[in-house]
Design a protein around this ligand. Structure first.
Ligand code: 5RP
Length: 225
């Protein structure tokens, strides 16, 4: 698993996607260090007079958007024109997301948007998805969900907080399993199987939802449709 792309590459990708934001749009605001560059760029455009409203995908993106001066709304009040979000891995138009444990709200916002632009650095691009798939699960379902993942050939690992002695708890009060499946030959089939496990709130496979991938490098951006 490759990690830790350069911040210049992330900034290039995020700022490239932010250029697609137009006056009057409602924009889904993704989570993570790459989407954060897009949020800051949108904030600068709002500061310069662009009329944009954001729908955050996490506590982190909400706080960042507020700092950047982006007015916020939610899905009860608005329809989303465009979402910009990061990914942990991209292959053949499918994504693994959830490195920030925000994939449940990200999937709601990203799939509700008319268009989804995904922003990545080169370390995220792969021929075949093989990144562990995050599952958000109800705490009471920990053991049965682990058993169901193992029956599907996966190895579930409870995500632990880096600076605290305990598990990561999502914005929704749930736990996260990172589930290694090796190379995922059929992401749609695995996504369907994971979605049927009782107690799984959402999984991090995003199948055929991206309209554009903005791949940033220190030298520029490649946009793939
Ligand atoms: C959060 C996500 C992020 O978009 C993903 O983890 C990528 O983050 P970063 O841009 O910091 O590498 O899915 O749940």
């Amino acid at each position: 698993m490759k990690q830790g792309g350069s911040d210049d590459a992330k900034r290039a990708a995020g700022e490239s996607a932010a250029e697609a934001v137009e006056d009057g749009m409602v924009v889904g605001l993704g989570t993570g260090s790459t989407a954060a560059h897009a949020i800051r760029a949108i904030g600068a455009a709002v500061d310069a007079g662009l009329d944009v409203t954001g729908v955050p995908t996490s506590f982190q993106s909400r706080e960042l958007a507020r700092e950047a001066g982006i007015p916020l709304t939610d899905l009860d009040a608005a329809e989303i024109d465009l979402a910009i979000d990061g990914a942990d891995q991209v292959a053949g138009g499918c994504l693994v997301k959830g490195g920030g444990a925000a994939h449940a709200r990200e999937k709601i916002v990203d799939t509700a948007a008319d268009r989804l632009l995904v922003v990545v650095d080169p370390t995220k691009e792969a021929d075949v998805l093989d990144h562990p798939v995050p599952l958000e699960l109800l705490p009471a379902a920990r053991r049965p969900v682990a058993a169901a993942v193992e029956r599907l050939g996966g190895e579930p690992e409870l995500r632990r907080a880096e600076r605290k002695d305990g598990p990561v708890v999502t914005d929704n009060g749930n736990l996260v399993f990172d589930c290694a499946f090796g190379a995922i030959a059929d992401p749609a089939a695995l996504a369907a199987d994971l979605a049927t496990i009782p107690g799984v709130v959402e999984h991090g496979l995003f199948v055929d939802v991206a309209d554009e991938i903005h791949g940033g490098t220190a030298d520029g951006v490649t946009v793939t449709e």
